[in-house]
Design a protein around this ligand. Sequence first.
Ligand SMILES: NC(=O)c1ccc[n+]([C@@H]2O[C@H](COP(=O)([O-])OP(=O)(O)OC[C@H]3O[C@@H](n4cnc5c(N)ncnc54)[C@H](OP(=O)(O)O)[C@@H]3O)[C@@H](O)[C@H]2O)c1
Length: 319
Amino acid sequence: MPHSQTSVIVVGAAGNIGGPVTKHLLATNQFRVSALTRTTSKSTFPEGVTAVRTDYTPESLIESFRGQDIVISTLSTSSLGDEMAIAKAAVEAGVKRFLPAELGMDTSTELCLKISPCVFLKQDIIKYLKEHEDKISWTGVFCGLWIDFSLKTPDWPHWSLKDRTFTTFNDGNVPFETSTLDTAARAIVGTILPEHIESTKNQYIHVHSAVYTPNQLFGYLKKYTNTTDADWKIKHVDVGDMAARGQKAFGEEASSGQPPEVFTKSDKFQGAIGDMIVAGLMGNGGVNQFGEKTGYRMGKFGIEEGDAEGIVREVVVGA
Ligand SMILES: NC(=O)c1ccc[n+]([C@@H]2O[C@H](COP(=O)([O-])OP(=O)(O)OC[C@H]3O[C@@H](n4cnc5c(N)ncnc54)[C@H](OP(=O)(O)O)[C@@H]3O)[C@@H](O)[C@H]2O)c1
């Protein structure tokens, strides 16, 4: 049993990133770990995790968060419209630290809001938390594209090992930040360890495993699949065009008169999010290029810089 009585509840603990986060929380042996899960959910959780069921009404969320010290949100992209209710309930219940579901490009700037207006969903959470810093603190983790996930999941439409498809964004030479799910999860947990919790208060943290250009990534994929261009269906996408398509659809949905928790769930809005976020992740506006911002924290958390080629090799050939 953990000695420390710090209580952490993960929203979406069985999800793509919630799973690794929960695993690393348990591995520290320093937290009491709970999972907030929908009453209708079929999610299952590892031994040692207490499931807390909610119907996402404000009362139920507040009740779920009572006695919790830290809330880590890893809510699915499709339900980010519900995150404000979660943040408000956390404040109401007396939670001390909130980690919103950032977990991608740097959404903190006006430029990011301009090129990807859907990030209002993320910026509004931070704005709300800043307004309540007398009651709660927050940490936002930016980790770039989940590289291993993007190579393995059918949910990522822009490259597929199985179908041998690859999208080259712009001229293929714009660098983009990536993290493996494991690195991202370790960084998230790192921010709330007793030795880091004060120094990570009320700020954004940038981490990564490796930086690629599309051409470098494609080169590694061809090398470890022993293929050439001729074996792949290659698509070329301009990130500016992609973002513009997303912005147009976003504008139509956002002006529908529905509140965010409703219009953000439409298929059209989800498509718009996909276009705007992928454009940002793949170079639009430079919001997924962290430069010097990564190194300091990575070292503090004991996370080594990843090996760009080795990450791809491990996904493709498993070693
Ligand atoms: N950097 C990247 O490449 C990248 C990629 C994808 C996502 N992200 C970010 O990471 C966050 C987490 O994404 P993820 O892919 O890990 O999430 P996910 O696995 O799709 O979903 C996480 C959990 O959200 C909960 N949930 C609550 N309401 C839901 C609803 N209406 N529909 C579906 N699930 C719902 C579910 O938990 P229960 O069933 O237990 O309730 C689910 O297991 C996203 O918000 C996004 O910001 C980043």
